[in-house]
Design a protein around this ligand. Structure first.
Ligand code: 6PG
Length: 244
């Protein structure tokens, strides 16, 4: 499967500036889309600042009513758990934009992981158009772990990159926390993929992946390449410290 290996790197002075860059991307892509705009949100701590910024500054500049919200991955915890990616996004963004429940597709972390991965895959198949016989998200937000994982595809579970599943179960290699994650094939099928990475603790892995240094293929994020050609790396200056 050929990939268009081109991407855009945008380096910002601050998380606020990065958030504004992401907002401008959404304004361009969401507001000009002719249909529903299907987004898969990322989890972890980085997006929280982005979501708060969007809710505070872009309540009316982005046509949020067109957006259907999904998740790229979820921890297998209840929706009121502090670990829940849904909880974080709902509190920081969705509740503040008054997004209707009908446009929010929560991964039910409280359910049996295998069953939920299957059921959520069916929901996504039903809701999204397909390209290459794979559901096509309009935009997938991704974070990056220090170990080069993205979504919940960890270095010791790289089989999830080529899995024929849409969502699969995963296990955090350090904590043992069960996860449900998009697989690499569906991620690479998205129209737009946006890595959002901040902090100097990510600088080394960002450099290895972007500059394809040493054992870069060890890192799952290095296998994320958009087929449609729109891959963005939104970095703050700390995460970009080591790339030239
Ligand atoms: C998750 C995310 C995960 C995250 C990275 C970076 O559920 O934790 O999907 O892939 O994006 O671990 O997390 P931070 O932004 O917290 O560093």
């Amino acid at each position: 499967m050929g990939f268009i290996v081109n991407y855009k790197i945008q380096i910002s002075e601050s998380v606020e500036e990065l958030s504004e860059q992401f907002a401008q991307l959404l304004i361009e892509k969401v507001n000009n889309s002719k249909d529903d705009f299907n987004i898969a949100l990322s989890g972890g701590s980085t997006p929280k600042n982005i979501f708060n910024y969007l809710a505070a500054h872009h309540h009316n500049t982005i046509r949020w009513h067109k957006v259907k919200f999904f998740w790229g991955d979820e921890r297998c915890v209840p929706p009121n758990d502090s670990e829940s990616n849904y909880k974080m996004a709902y509190e920081a963004l969705l509740s503040r934009l008054q997004i209707p429940d009908s446009n929010i597709f929560r991964i039910r972390g409280e359910n049996d992981p295998q069953n939920e991965a299957k059921e959520y895959s069916e929901i996504v198949v039903k809701q999204l158009p397909q390209i290459n016989n794979i559901p096509k998200f309009d935009l997938i937000m991704l974070g990056l772990g220090e170990d080069g994982h993205t979504a919940s595809i960890f270095p010791n579970q790289k089989n999830l990159l080529d899995s024929d599943k849409i969502y699969a179960t995963a296990v955090h290699p350090e904590t043992g926390q069960k996860r449900i994650t998009l697989t690499g094939r569906v991620i690479n099928n998205a129209l737009i993929i946006v890595f959002i990475v901040t902090g100097n603790n990510k600088a080394k892995v960002v450099d290895k992946i972007i500059n394809q240094k040493e054992n870069y293929k060890y890192y799952p994020a290095s296998s994320i390449k958009s087929q449609s050609g729109e891959l963005y790396w939104l970095l703050d200056k700390l995460a970009a410290l080591q790339i030239k």
